[in-house]
Design a protein around this ligand. Structure first.
Ligand code: GRG
Length: 310
């Protein structure tokens, strides 16, 4: 077996081990809520609809790479981040935002529970995330930092601001730099948080955290370019959400600005930046980067023999 394939198999084994633990943890938080069954059901519907769980996976992979045990506090942090991500998808799918009927292969939250309950399910997931973080047994310093960073990444100085930039961009053509700025917040902020949170949970200091931040930012950019490419080349059944939507709605996207091949080239370039920073991390710290590097195989860069999947 070649090295790349072995690394990918190891990543799959890691996912198979920790994804069920994360999902049990999230389900337990939802079960323990002292709330009305209708609200719990609406929150659980979107959390349990699946998804790649890539943000919590990154937190766990970074912890593991630095030899930090994946314990209840790490699972709590991963759950909180996935709750916030899931809230953002529920709100993004609303008729007043992107107006989508399908998400994670299922009818969107508002299609099942109605728009009012979908708004409240999102509100519930967002606030529960911070309650979860407050209950961790981490030191006060680490806990406060993780909570403050989560608020910054998800709120009006992070993802919410990116969403506003996206909406403002609907009526004008953005330059490549403007598009990157919007996505750095809309998509990038939570992914940067995932890498940084892993480092903070592992007790890492500013030098490592600075590298993790840059890795997260470039990973986030690659993630968005790939998502835009998939909207063009993949299909609804594979992605679990409607595709071929961006061009029809005249959205600002990487294939729209650079052409499909240009977007693939940009993706390859950004992947190389992440790989190079991971190498630096391996050389300068005690980080074992193999599984993090394998994560980059998620982004297929256009070789016709590579299957393009969600
Ligand atoms: C409504 C405040 C607010 C924010 C919405 C995340 C977001 C911001 C909008 C979703 C629309 C979109 C295409 C965002 C780009 C980032 C992205 C690809 C999100 C989907 O995340 P995945 O692919 O989804 O990780 P799963 O279902 O796998 O978790």
């Amino acid at each position: 077996m070649n090295g790349l394939k072995a690394m990918t198999n190891d990543l799959k084994a890691f996912q198979d081990q920790y994804r069920p633990l994360l999902e049990q943890t999230m389900d337990q938080y939802l079960k323990d809520l002292n709330t009305r069954p209708l609200l719990r059901d609406a929150m659980a519907y979107s959390v349990d609809a699946g998804g790649k769980r890539i943000r919590p996976l990154i937190i766990m992979l970074v912890c593991d790479a630095f030899g930090r045990e994946i314990d209840a506090d790490v699972l709590a942090c991963g759950s909180a981040l996935e709750f916030i991500h899931t809230y953002s998808l529920i709100h993004d799918d609303l008729p007043e935002m992107d107006n989508d009927d399908l998400r994670r292969g299922k009818p969107t939250n508002h299609k099942v529970f109605g728009p009012a309950m979908a708004v409240l399910a999102g509100d519930g997931l967002l606030t529960t995330a911070f309650e979860i973080m407050s209950q961790t047994k981490l030191t006060a310093a680490v806990k406060t930092q993780l909570i403050a960073d989560l608020a910054l990444a998800s709120g009006p100085q992070g993802m919410v601001n990116g969403q506003v930039g996206d909406i403002e961009g609907e009526t004008k053509k953005l330059t490549l730099d403007q598009l990157k700025d919007v996505h750095a917040q809309k998509t990038g902020a939570l992914l940067v948080y995932a890498f940084m949170a892993g480092g903070l949970l592992a007790g890492k200091q500013s030098a490592e955290l600075a590298l993790l931040k840059r890795i997260g930012a470039n990973f986030g950019l690659a993630f968005q370019i790939y998502d835009d490419i998939m909207d063009v080349v993949s299909d609804t059944a594979t992605m679990g959400k409607k595709t071929q939507k961006d061009q029809a709605e005249h959205k600002n996207t990487y294939p729209g600005l650079l052409g499909l091949e240009g977007a693939y080239q940009e993706l390859a370039k950004v992947k190389k930046l992440v790989s190079s920073d991971l190498e630096t991390l391996a050389k300068t710290t005690d980080c074992k980067i193999d599984l993090l590097a394998a994560l980059l195989n998620y982004f297929k860069v256009g070789n016709k023999n590579e299957k393009r999947t969600n």
